[in-house]
Design a protein around this ligand. Sequence first.
Ligand code: EPS
Length: 385
Amino acid sequence: MKYLTAGESHGKGLTAILEGFPAGVRIDCAAVDAELKRRQLGYGRGGRMKIESDSAEITAGLFGSVTLGSPIAFFIRNRDFEKWQAYTHPVSGDITQKKLTAVRPGHADYAGCRKYGFDNARPVLERASARETAARVGVGAFCKQLLSALGITVGSHVTEIGGQKSTARPLSAVGLNDRSDLSPVRCLDAEAEKKMIAVIDECMRSGDTAGGAVEILVSGLPAGVGSYAHYDRKLDGILARHLLSVQAFKAVEFGLGTAVAHTLGSHVHDEMAPSECGVVRNTNRAGGIEGGMSNGENLVISVAVKPIPTLMQGLKTVDIATGQATVAHPERSDYCAVPAAGVVAEAVVAYAVADALLCVTGGDDFDTIAARVQEMRQRAKVCAK
Ligand code: EPS
């Protein structure tokens, strides 16, 4: 599969095209919108989320809610466009009337201006904005439904905000979002949740921002997705590439992650024992991936999210119009988007896992793919005999 997104944060809206999605998948279109709504929630968002009410207008690739195997296209309208169209209308807008030259450290503003020769960071930030992640969540929502029909579930929860850590480590993705979505910061640890909210409150008072970390679980994925045989088919490499392409995602870990650097092998690798249904393990420190392939355990992926670079208190910078020292432009933004980042990460993981799975199964239609997934599951059992 492949997908494209287009759209500026305050332009008309976001367009996505998902190509290579199999035929014969019945899509619950309300569930696509429900995913978009989940991304809009979370404590610490700014005023924009009160303006938007994201919904995907599906324009191609389905008849009667069933996929055709043709490219799927959808559009998510930006309500804020009404206030911005004098500047951002694709035909008549004049973006020179909305200049931003006090570039924000940590944002794409400066490098983007240098790259494209702009004297105004608006065209850069309009596209670099995390608004684009709404389109990715839409794409991921289709992939989640394909995976779900194959018995594969993706879920997430927040493990850290502003240095406050959750101790919860769920054992399955099944039912995970039902619990994490109940929390305003999508955290399963009630004590940590209070402290995370307090950190965000402090950011709102002081004009600062908070980053954090999210954990994504995938349950039900059969062994053998990805490959040890060539670098570009390794599942961990594929997942890392997709996750690190998301705005503000700065690090990706699988299982024990960076702790492998200071842990001996006897406490890193997951010992195996025979069982009726193949192999059992008491630990999953590998996070479900060995040799670039799923090994039949849950995928356990952690992502570090940086604090948003738009600070109300402003950081020291240079005005690219004058070359003079100044303070970065403070404007409406989020104080913390880590809860939403979990929803985005789920979507990106769902796409990457679905794509890697289709590479292994082949097949253009759902029934062919489902039969192949069934064979992959059977093979793990047969090996044990
Ligand atoms: C963003 C700045 C804020 C966020 C936005 C990402 O938007 P605005 O400038 O309109 O206040 O709310 O995120 C979204 C709009 C969204 O849908 O997630 C940025 O600069 O990246």
